[in-house]
Design a protein around this ligand. Structure first.
Ligand SMILES: [Zn+2]
Length: 415
């Protein structure tokens, strides 16, 4: 059985209109007006297909087929979902692919009146990209939030989650009640773009994701002394920028020391007081480091912390650090990985195993149920940018693999 290629690629283009900017990028932060419009459109699209849309207390959308669920609606369902919110000036595929492919699969199962042993549902997770909190909707399902935690969330633009959410018709008390008990989902599978260059470079159709990397990070602040740029000799300075620069240039070596799967990034640096004629008294750098192994990521975190101390002390500076708790790696489940592999083989596609270097809602779902992910190639490995592109043929192959996987997980006949 195959998805309807024309319908899927058309809906992908239709969804991309919401929040589309002049650069061809998408501005569709969760709970923004573009996001709300996209949700309204998506709801009518689902209803036109005879599907039903429910929204939980925090804004996760759950799409089901009443027709397919006749007699089995109370059994633990197979979920397939992703997100439709985007990073600022983001791409058209990161998230929407997984959502629209899941809806397309559900539509096809319904059209063919496939007999299932358990429901298949398509899910849209709220605020995956973390306008307010990274993986907000799926974190609520996995662990829940208190009203206080939700009230403390502030968006990228400085708005309070509580204000935006209630203005959009949400209810904080209902949001705080969202949480799924163990065993309520049978399995979960997410189709997503790779967001990296490996599949394209190797000429492969899809990846069967092995797990999601452990992610650590934090903010390091080098505390020196402000001095006159002209009158302070070079050897009498406590220059915060030099200490920070020394630290930053050591990081690639530390990642290599831990292993060739480790990565470390310093995407934000700030300097005080910020005058061209003033030796900087303070420099701050935000570090993000990842590895498929939680142990290796932890080891890299330790090396990073001692390198910061060393770089500071060599120049007579102090260093202050604010360390985020390490998010452990989420290995994906063998049962789901085997269903994906069987579907890949049945379609005659080429594939490889690949870890995910990016975080996904699936890492939360993996704490609730056996979970897997399918990647399709990203042109030039580009993502989180208007340049993000996945060719239609790859979109369709990924959705076909998803369909076969869902049929296997929901125990539909897969001849
Ligand atoms: Zn995504």
């Amino acid at each position: 059985m195959l998805v309807n290629a024309e319908r899927l690629t058309t809906t992908l283009r239709a969804l991309a209109r919401f929040g589309l900017n002049e650069d061809g990028g998408v501005d569709r932060a969760s709970f923004s007006s573009a996001d709300r419009q996209a949700r309204t459109w998506l709801t009518s699209w689902c209803e036109e297909q005879g599907l039903q849309v429910a929204v939980d207390g925090i804004g996760n959308m759950i799409v089901s087929s009443p027709e397919l669920e006749r007699g089995i609606a109370d059994r633990a369902p197979v979920w397939s979902g992703s997100h439709i919110d985007a990073v600022p000036n983001g791409g058209r595929y990161d998230g929407p692919l997984g959502v629209l492919a899941a809806i397309e699969c559900l539509t096809r199962l319904q059209e063919e009146e496939v007999s299932l042993e358990r429901p298949v549902r398509a899910v849209v997770y709220a605020d995956e990209e973390g306008n307010y909190a990274h993986l907000l909707g799926s974190s609520a399902l996995a662990r829940g939030f208190t009203v206080d935690e939700l009230s403390a969330l502030v968006g990228r633009d400085g708005d309070r989650f509580a204000d935006t959410f209630t203005a959009a018709g949400g209810d904080l008390l209902a949001a705080a009640r969202v949480r799924l008990p163990q065993g309520s989902i049978h399995a979960s599978v997410e189709l997503h773009i790779e967001q990296g260059p490996v599949l394209e470079r190797e000429g492969l159709d899809v990846a069967n994701v092995t797990g999601i990397v452990a992610i650590g990070g934090g903010t390091l602040r080098f505390l020196g002394r402000a001095d006159h740029a002209g009158t302070t000799p070079m050897d009498g300075r406590q220059d915060a920028v030099l200490a920070m620069a020394d630290f930053v240039t050591r990081l690639p070596g530390l990642a290599r020391e831990v292993g060739d799967t480790s990565v470390v990034t310093t995407g934000i640096v700030k300097v005080w007081p910020g005058g061209s004629n003033v030796v900087a008294k303070m420099a701050e750098v935000v570090v993000d480091y990842r590895d498929p192994s939680t142990e290796k990521a932890a080891a890299l975190g330790d090396l990073i912390a001692s390198a910061a101390q060393d770089a500071a002390h060599r120049r007579g500076l102090q260093v202050e650090s604010h360390v985020e708790p390490l998010i452990p790696a989420a290995p994906l489940h063998e049962t789901v990985r085997q269903a994906i592999q069987a579907s890949v083989q049945a379609h005659g596609y080429s594939s490889r195993d690949l870890p995910s270097g990016a975080g996904h809602d699936s890492q939360n779902l993996a704490t609730l149920a056996p979970t897997g992910m399918i990647f399709v190639p990203s042109v030039d490995g580009r993502s989180h940018s208007p340049a993000e592109l996945t060719h239609d043929a790859d979109v369709v192959r990924g959705a076909n693999v998803l369909l076969g996987t869902l049929m296997r997980l929901a125990a539909a006949p897969t001849a």
